[in-house]
Design a protein around this ligand. Structure first.
Ligand SMILES: CC(C)(COP(=O)(O)OP(=O)(O)OC[C@H]1O[C@@H](n2cnc3c(N)ncnc32)[C@H](O)[C@@H]1OP(=O)(O)O)[C@@H](O)C(=O)NCCC(=O)NCCS
Length: 168
C-alpha cells in the first residue's frame, strides 16, 4: 500500500472508482474529481498555478494497493477563514467498494506524516458533517480532538460541522 501523487498509470482505476461511486452513492460522487482533469488539477494546486481567489495551495494524494486505486486524500497547505469553519486542512474519500475496511484510517495516518515532514505543519484541522460517522471514526482513530460543532449555511443547505484538531 502506498500514498502517491496522482499518476497517469492509475487513471483507469480512478475512473472506475468514480463510476462505481456514481452508480452506488451519487450523493458522494462529488468527493472525487473529474478523471479527465485530476492530473492537471493536482499539479496546479500543488504549485499554486492559476488558483481562483480564496483558494490555497494543496497536495492531492492517492492510496494505491496492488496497482489499484483505493482512495483520494488532499491537504490544503494553509487555512483561510472559510476553511477554518468548513473544510479544514484535509479532505478524503475511499472508493465505495472498499469502505469499512480501515483504508480511510490508514490513508489519514499516512498523510499526517506528509503534513509534518513535507509541509512542516504542527497541527491540522479536519472537519466532517456531524452525521458522518465513518469520517468521524477516521479522525478519532488518528487522535482527533473535537474542538466544537458549528452550523454552516451551504448552497446545498444547513449542516452541523464537527471541527477536530490533530496535533502533529
Ligand atoms: C469517510 C470514509 C473516507 C471512511 O473511510 P473507511 O475506509 O470506510 O473508514 P475506516 O474503515 O477506516 O473506518 C473508520 C472508522 O469509522 C467508523 N465507521 C466506518 N464505517 C462506518 C459506518 N458505515 N458507520 C458508522 N461508523 C463507521 C468506525 O469507527 C471505523 O473505525 P473502526 O473500524 O476502527 O471502529 C468513507 O466512508 C468515504 O469515502 N465516504 C464518502 C466520502 C466522505 O464522506 N468523505 C469525508 C468527508 S469529511
Amino acid at each position: 500500500m502506498k500514498l502517491i501523487r496522482p499518476e497517469e498509470k492509475y487513471l483507469d482505476s480512478y475512473t472506475e472508482a468514480v463510476r462505481e461511486e456514481l452508480q452506488n452513492s451519487p450523493d458522494t460522487a462529488h468527493m472525487f474529481n473529474e478523471p479527465s482533469q485530476i492530473l492537471q488539477k493536482a499539479r496546479d494546486y500543488e504549485s499554486g498555478v492559476g488558483l481562483k481567489p480564496g483558494r490555497v495551495r494543496a497536495t492531492y494524494l492517492w492510496l494505491i494497493e496492488n496497482g489499484r486505486f483505493i482512495g483520494e486524500i488532499s491537504v490544503r497547505h494553509e487555512l483561510t477563514p472559510e476553511l477554518l469553519r468548513y473544510g479544514g486542512h484535509i479532505g478524503y474519500a475511499v472508493r465505495w467498494a472498499e469502505r469499512g475496511k480501515g483504508y480511510g484510517t490508514k490513508m489519514l495516518a499516512l498523510i499526517l506524516d506528509f503534513c509534518r515532514s513535507e509541509l512542516g505543519l504542527e497541527r491540522v484541522l479536519i472537519t466532517c458533517d456531524d452525521d458522518n460517522a465513518a469520517s468521524a471514526g477516521v479522525i478519532e482513530n488518528n487522535g482527533g480532538v473535537l474542538e466544537n460543532k458549528v452550523i454552516n449555511e451551504l448552497p446545498e443547505g444547513t449542516v452541523l460541522t464537527r471541527r477536530y484538531w490533530i496535533e502533529l
